[in-house]
Design a protein around this ligand. Structure first.
Ligand code: SF4
Length: 391
């Protein structure tokens, strides 16, 4: 008799079955991890990401491919802006870090920019950790350009590459994110800033893992929870920087990641034989995806590959969530459009419920307005004999 497989191996086998035979696990990058924090209540996303399912391929097989992607022009413009910010050994970037986050520190007249090249992601992670440890004792500024960090996600490493990490003279570490969306008159698109903050919070978590390991070796670096966001100013190519506090995003992502490690629990609730392989017929895949509860919101459209599919299903079922979280919150216990209309017509719902009362009041006002419009309309002249051009 063979010995039972360890619990972890069994869990991994179960998750591999969800992907389908021979389908490799898709590694999670910082954007994917950050998107978990954008919709923390979605079990569908949690199980698909936890099992390493390629959601873009799945959405394509369901007939609702995602519409993400950056144009080649935007990509090149972003690269050119980043190169400009990091020019001259990062002189401008370090000036922005000091000015925005650490004005009491000595000016970064001469900074270290260690070579972080190594073979493979694991090699680059080790090289980055070594550079961070060496920088901690120099007492000066160090710029790590595109370091490689690893974050444990459901038992396997996700490799992450922030734009830069700066080591301050006091040994503290700051994550720098360089984006090509503009800051106009001192403010930027809040949705883009929010997405950047969630992405940067993932890097902060990964850096904290490095810091924890170094703390065990006698060095105790501090990872700053205020990160530096660098964007073009107005319509120029000049960089402007702002400090973004990512404590809340960090906490949400950390909680989501700890839940990901329990995706086997969600997997156990699925029907026997559930599989998300893109090779399966669309009807089978639709049934498999629909067997996991989702939590659709319009924000999914900018963060999740499955958004078009989930939106279509939410609309089909008449879920008010498809109208947005604020509308959903206003409607209290009324979760479908059918319930809302019945409540407005006075056919269902508790009249003491504020949402029901507001709907009835709105329906009465609408009926009044329609009656008034009808009454104000001029009478329609009687129709003349058919074919008479004078009538
Ligand atoms: S698009 Fe669907 S799977 Fe993705 S987060 Fe939204 S509801 Fe969840």
């Amino acid at each position: 008799m063979t010995a039972p497989a360890p619990a972890k191996s069994r869990a991994w086998a179960a998750l591999a079955e969800l992907r389908g035979p021979g389908v490799p696990a898709k590694a999670l990058d910082a954007r994917a991890l950050a998107a978990l924090a954008a919709n923390p209540g979605c079990r569908r996303r949690a199980i698909l990401d936890g099992a390493g399912v390629d959601k873009a391929a799945l959405a394509g097989a369901l007939g609702s491919p995602p519409a993400f992607g950056q144009s080649q022009f935007a990509f090149m413009r972003g690269n050119a802006f980043e190169a400009r910010v990091k020019a001259d050994g990062g002189a401008e970037l370090l000036r922005l870090v000091r000015e925005t986050l650490d004005p009491g520190a000595e000016p970064p007249a001469r900074a270290e920019v260690p070579d972080l090249s190594a073979t493979g992601p694991q090699g680059r992670v080790a090289r980055t950790a070594l550079a961070l440890r060496e920088a901690a004792g120099t007492g000066g500024w160090t710029l790590l350009d595109h370091p490689m960090l690893a974050l444990d996600v459901a038992g396997s490493p996700a490799f992450l590459e922030p734009d830069a990490v700066v080591v301050h003279p006091d040994g503290g570490w700051t994550v720098v994110e360089i984006k090509s969306f503009p800051v106009l008159d001192g403010s930027a698109d809040p949705a883009k800033v929010g997405a950047a903050a969630r992405q940067t919070a993932v890097y902060v978590l990964a850096l904290e893992e490095v810091a924890a390991r170094l703390a065990g070796q006698g060095t105790a670096p501090r990872v700053h929870h205020r990160v530096l966001l660098v964007c073009p100013k107005d319509f120029s190519n000049l960089p402007t920087a702002s400090a973004v506090d990512v404590r809340r995003q960090r906490a949400v992502t950390a909680r989501q990641l700890s839940r990901l490690t329990r995706v086997e629990e969600i997997a156990r609730t699925l029907p026997e034989g559930t599989c998300f392989s893109p090779e399966l017929p669309a009807e089978e895949l639709t049934a498999a995806v629909d067997s996991v509860p989702a939590s659709y919101a319009p924000e999914c459209l900018s963060t999740c590959d499955l958004a078009f599919h989930c939106r279509a299903r939410a609309r089909e079922s008449g879920a008010v969530a498809a109208l947005g979280r604020p509308v959903r919150a206003e409607l209290g216990g009324l979760s479908s459009v059918e319930d809302v209309l019945a409540a407005a017509r006075g056919e269902a719902g508790d009249p003491d419920d504020p949402a029901v009362a507001a709907l009835r009041r709105a329906a009465a006002l609408r009926a009044e307005a329609l009656d008034a419009a009808r009454a104000a309309r001029p009478p329609v002249p009687p129709a003349g004999p058919e074919g008479d051009p004078c009538h």
